[in-house]
Write a new protein. Structure first.
Length: 334
């Protein structure tokens, strides 16, 4: 958490009612959107206005959250996003730790004279004016709650803010299944429920919104799932042609990688997907227990993330990428 001195300085900055921007990473997920909206609502309840800017669009199943459809998507409204950013005096950077994670907006951030406040749980953060970084915490949504509590602003977390923060925590913990989910995580979500977050409603709005295309793609992936290294590693994959043939939409493959870990005996699941627009393969890794896919992704696939959840990329073809992965895992000790 920020030091008491830093919290005092941040309170002083906010007391001046600066023009605030909230940023999050490229390809925003539930935690990115949930933490951003949760903070925005809480700031508003304290008499402060903040604009949220995301580099590109986010899945439809996250757009039920209060004010989600008012978020400025730079991919579609580049000029508006740039104008908002140019006026920013204070920038909250949520759920990312490097300007390279926010696409073209990264150049804006690097050149900005605004005060920057980082709240993030990824490893090795770059330089920001104020840094709250904790890799042991499961979600930025939980960290935003800690921040608001440390500021003495828990009363600013009303129903709308609580719903968004709960969504961020729920999605980044895999429905509270991942090892980083702590007793404190559950205490916080209990507080959010008391403030109006409805777990049944949120779960349904977030996860029970499957399209026919998503289910067809899931059937295809599960129908050819592979296991290697004596059943310790599961492999799932989709090509661009397959995505296009089923009418792919952003977020349609969310969570596919987790199915590999449901196989008895697996320690790692890897999902390979050709990018729908660019010529590279996006890779998602998940693991159990102490198996460190963050280090694995950094070492072999120009990626990173968390111990049990990481991402990477490959510039090779799908066939070459899969062959490379299989060769590597046979030699690695997990």
């Amino acid at each position: 958490m920020f030091s008491n001195q830093e919290l005092s300085e941040i309170k002083n900055l906010l007391s001046r009612k600066p023009k605030i921007v909230i940023l999050t990473h490229q390809n925003p997920d539930g935690d990115a959107i949930g933490s951003s909206l949760g903070l925005q609502h809480a700031l508003r309840n304290r008499g402060l206005e903040a604009e949220i800017i995301v580099p590109n669009d986010f899945p439809k199943f996250l757009k039920w959250m209060p004010e989600a459809r008012k978020i400025t998507v730079a991919e579609y409204k580049y000029k508006k996003a740039f104008e908002i950013f140019q006026q920013a005096e204070l920038i909250f950077c949520l759920d990312f730790n490097s300007s390279s994670r926010i696409g073209r907006i990264g150049n804006w951030l690097d050149k900005s004279k605004a005060t920057t406040i980082l709240i993030d749980h990824h490893q090795m953060p770059e330089h920001f004016d104020y840094v709250y970084s904790d890799t042991s915490l499961p979600a930025t949504g939980q960290m935003v709650y800690h921040f608001l509590s440390a500021m003495g602003w828990e009363d600013a977390i009303t129903k709308e803010s609580a719903e968004c923060l709960y969504t961020g925590i729920m999605t980044d913990t895999g429905g509270f299944r991942f090892r980083s989910t702590s007793a404190n995580t559950h205490r916080i979500t209990a507080n959010l429920i008391e403030k109006g977050a409805d777990p049944a409603f949120i779960s349904s709005e977030t996860w029970d919104r499957n399209s026919v295309a998503r289910l067809h793609l899931l059937a295809l992936v599960l129908g050819r799932i592979e296991v290697t290294k004596d059943g310790e590693v599961a492999i799932l994959w989709l090509t661009r042609d397959e995505l296009e043939s089923f009418g792919y939409e952003k977020g349609a493959t969310e969570g596919f990688v987790n199915y590999g870990l449901s196989i008895l005996g697996t320690k790692i699941s890897a999902f390979f997907m050709e990018d729908i627009r660019e010529d590279f393969i996006k890779i998602s890794f998940r693991s159990k227990d102490d198996v460190d896919v963050n280090s694995f992704a950094r070492k072999y696939f120009n990626g990173g993330g968390h111990i049990n959840a990481a991402g990477g990329r490959s510039e090779l073809s799908m066939q070459e990428t899969l062959a490379k992965f299989k060769e590597i895992v046979l030699e690695e000790e997990f």
